[in-house]
Design a protein around this ligand. Structure first.
Ligand code: C2E
Ligand code: MG
Ligand code: MG
Length: 752
């Protein structure tokens, strides 16, 4: 059976796994976004490094080109000077060369003369560098600190030695303007996102633009400029020292620092290989670059959020569907579709809980059903019958506490857990009355009678099935008993049930193997003091010799229908016996056989009796069939018809046990019977007082008046015989004359 607890666990398992999946999803999204973020960053960085290199290559190419241009001037000057041209003539030679790209292009003689293409010369600048460059034995290309271009930017100074033989006679000195360099496409990526500088070891630099990014205002030194607003701390100094060390070894470097507004600036350094300590430096603000890709990242974040939201919705949906199907399962498992109340599963779960949590309260389990519910169904239709079932559940609320339960098990079977206090009986009858009232209100006139089987729950009872079964044992004990509406469980009841079970399991085999024996009890004519006949009574003698009396098995057989077989067996045995004895010319006497009311319901009954009689050529006048009053409770007219048919077969009929049940003298006038057998109990009570004797006398007179013989059963004493003689009751049956004895013994005693 499905337990709520298990379903709750299943619910939380779905929820937990959903949450785990969602967290994994969330985690994967975060990782994906951070990967995306860092891959963007490294892509930007790669792009900068690539472009810085390309820029450096570009600068290198220009530097090399100018270098070879100036070297060719130097060579021509060297050749001319070697050929004895005087130094002033150098101006003419220089004049041939295009000096537009240079701020100055001059030949600086070792001895101090300065010659340029125009012959005009600002000797001051050259004087400041003359001593420094005098020792340059190879071309030197550096950033100039002494000459600026017309935009105020540093220039690139070329110093190319001019040899006369093995000696240096002077140097070609040129200051190159970078104007236009950075307009080239090579720098487009860097320039659109950052800044480009040329710098040397000392931080002398050339910026791509006047107001270059990161370098605000007038600055002579790039490092100082870059760090101008950030804390120029020891760390920054170390940083710069590190950069310089890298530069001294002409290494490509990457550094980053946090600028004055707290943004991270990445600095990429690339040496200009054919120069002296000139570096290409590209700076970009990483945060700004990331800002540029933020929309892309944002889109990814939104997609991730949508995925997570989708996951949440999915989880909620799965959880809600699971919850809903659980509710459906729970309804199917715990609800009864006809009454819309709860069912046995619910009772099983709940009843024990209630009993366990209310130990001080005495409880009873009651199983009840509606007497003749089948009839209500057939006579009033299923809809109204179902309404009555529903009322049984609904009306419980009116009379019983919430600790008390009432569920329908199936068909018209109900189960109740009630408090066993002083009002329990009153509540039960009020409840039954309310159900009746409801039935009447929907037009069901048939009285609703509920049959209750009650079991008193004990403290040690922990098995709900046992509790239910015991209440059921009590209820079942009422089966076939129309008079009682309530039965209480007892151990004797169980023993009885076991006996019934045993009887039912063995009966068929017992009949087959002849364990049912015919006993005969004499009927006596007390006037003539002679045998008047006998009654055939069944005895079950087991193979071990134990005898079972009819009061133990007849009620069981009447309930399960086996009585039909036994009665026919008895009838056939007697018919065979009588037929055979007649054939053999032996003495016979009238014998009566008990016939259950069930037999008469079989449409083939009369036919079957007739067949048995003819089969054994039984003299019908010596066969008497005993019927009880209950036969006529059913369908009186039909029964009268059957009785007529039996009489047509020339059989004698008697009414057995008259006075034991619903005796109606009225009945006798309509039903054509031959013998009236007054019940043993009725008779023994009758003869105790004079008035009773008068009643008995009148019954005898009336029966005789109707043409019936009267037989008194259970005659045990002489006194009784005397009374009966006085009352002119001719026939008796009882232990006074004979107990029922085995057939053979009877024959031996009376018929030989
Ligand atoms: P019954 O038909 O009224 O049979 C008479 C019962 O009263 C017999 O009980 C008999 O033994 C008992 N009896 C007779 N005289 C006396 C007496 O003086 N004192 C006392 N105390 N009892 C006396 P038995 O044989 O136990 O049968 C009981 C009932 O079982 C019968 O009552 C009959 O209704 C039923 N029965 C027995 N055999 C059959 C059968 O083959 N078929 C059917 N349908 N019912 C049978
Ligand atoms: Mg009888
Ligand atoms: Mg009887």
């Amino acid at each position: 059976m499905l337990k709520i607890k298990n379903r709750d666990q299943a619910d939380s398992r779905i929820m937990i796994s959903g949450l785990v999946i969602m967290l994994i999803c969330l985690f994967a999204c975060i990782i994906h976004i951070s990967d995306l973020y860092s891959s963007f960053k490294s892509q930007i960085n790669r792009e900068f490094v690539r472009e810085t290199k390309a820029s450096a290559d570009h600068v290198e190419a220009i530097v090399a080109e100018k270098n070879s241009y100036l070297t060719s001037i130097s060579n021509e000057l060297a050749a001319a000077l070697s050929n004895g041209v005087d130094e002033e003539t150098t101006a003419d030679i220089l004049g041939k060369y295009d000096s537009k790209e240079f701020v100055y292009l001059a030949y600086l003689h070792k001895a101090g003369g300065v010659y340029d293409s125009d012959g005009e010369w600002n000797t001051d600048i050259f004087r400041t560098i003359q001593d420094t460059i005098a020792i340059f034995k190879r071309p030197y290309i550096e950033l100039s600190t002494e000459v600026m271009d017309e935009n105020g930017n540093h220039t690139l100074r070329y110093v190319i030695p001019v040899y006369k033989g093995a000696d240096i006679c002077g140097h070609v000195v040129a200051y190159y303007k970078y104007t236009g360099w950075f307009e080239k496409s090579e720098y487009s990526y860097v320039r659109s996102r950052g800044a480009v500088y040329l710098t040397d070891l000392e931080g002398v630099f050339y910026a791509a633009e006047e107001e270059a990014l990161f370098v605000k205002g007038e600055h002579k030194n790039l490092f100082e400029a870059l760090y101008q607003n950030s804390d120029f701390t020891a760390k920054s100094n170390t940083h710069i020292t590190d950069i310089k060390k890298g530069m001294q070894h002409s290494r490509s470097e990457q550094n980053s620092y946090i600028d004055h507004v707290g943004k991270k600036v990445v600095m990429v350094l690339e040496p200009i290989t054919n120069s002296d300590d000139i570096f290409m430096v590209c700076c970009y603000c990483e945060d700004d670059q990331v800002e540029a890709v933020k929309p892309t990242i944002l889109r990814s974040v939104i997609v991730c959020i949508l995925i997570v939201l989708l996951m949440i919705c999915l989880i909620i949906y799965v959880w809600a569907s699971a919850k809903q199907s659980n509710m459906v399962i729970e309804r199917l498992a715990y609800e009864d579709n006809i009454t819309e109340g709860k069912n046995t599963n619910f009772f099983r779960d709940k009843a024990l809980q209630i009993i366990a949590t209310n130990r001080e309260i005495p409880f009873i389990a009651q199983r009840f059903d509606i007497v003749n519910f089948r009839y209500i169904n057939e006579a009033y239709g299923h809809t109204r019958a179902d309404e009555i079932l529903k009322a049984c559940i609904d009306l419980k609320e009116k009379f019983y506490d919430e600790k008390e339960l009432c569920v329908r098990m199936d068909s018209d079977q109900f189960l109740m857990l009630s408090i066993n206090d002083s009002s329990v009986d009153q509540k039960r009858s009020d409840y039954m009355e309310a159900v009746n009232e409801f039935a009447r209100s929907i037009g069901v006139k048939y009285p609703i009678r509920l049959k209750f089987g009650v079991y008193q729950v004990r403290k040690q009872d922990l098995d709900i099935d046992l509790i239910i079964d015991r209440a059921n044992v009590a209820r079942k004990s009422l089966d076939g008993d129309e008079t009682k509406l309530i039965a209480y469980y007892s151990d004797a009841l169980v023993q009885n049930m076991r006996k019934v079970d045993k009887i039912e399991s063995e009966m068929a085999k017992a009949l087959e193997s002849g364990e049912f024996k015919v006993f005969l009890q004499a009927k006596w004519d007390i006037v003539e003091n002679k045998l008047a006949g006998a009654e055939a009574l069944a005895r079950w003698i087991r193979s071990d010799g134990t005898m079972i009396f009819p009061n133990q098995f007849i009620p069981v057989f009447e309930k399960n229908g086996f009585i039909e077989k036994l009665d026919f067996y008895m009838l056939e045995s007697i018919c065979r016996l009588m037929g055979n004895r007649v054939k053999e010319g032996k003495k016979i006497c009238p014998i009566s056989i008990n016939q259950s009311r069930l037999l008469l319901h079989n449409p083939e009954y009369v036919n079957n009796v007739s067949k048995v009689i003819s089969a054994h050529s039984t003299p019908t006048e010596c066969i008497e069939l005993e019927l009880t009053e209950t036969v006529f409770l059913d369908d009186r007219n039909r029964m009268i018809e059957i009785i007529k048919q039996l009489r047509n077969l020339n059989l004698k009929l008697s009414m057995d046990d008259f006075g034991s049940g619903y005796s109606s003298l009225n009945l006798l006038k309509d039903i054509p019977l031959d013998v009236l057998k007054i019940d043993r109990e009725f008779f023994s009570e009758m003869i105790t007082s004079e008035t009773s004797i008068i009643i008995l006398q009148k019954i005898i007179e009336m029966a005789e008046g109707l043409g019936m013989e009267v037989l008194c059963e259970g005659v045990e004493t002489e006194e009784q015989i005397e009374t009966l003689k006085r009352l002119e009751c001719r026939l008796v049956q009882g232990y006074y004359y004979s107990k029922p004895i085995p057939l053979e013994e009877f024959i031996e005693k009376y018929l030989t």
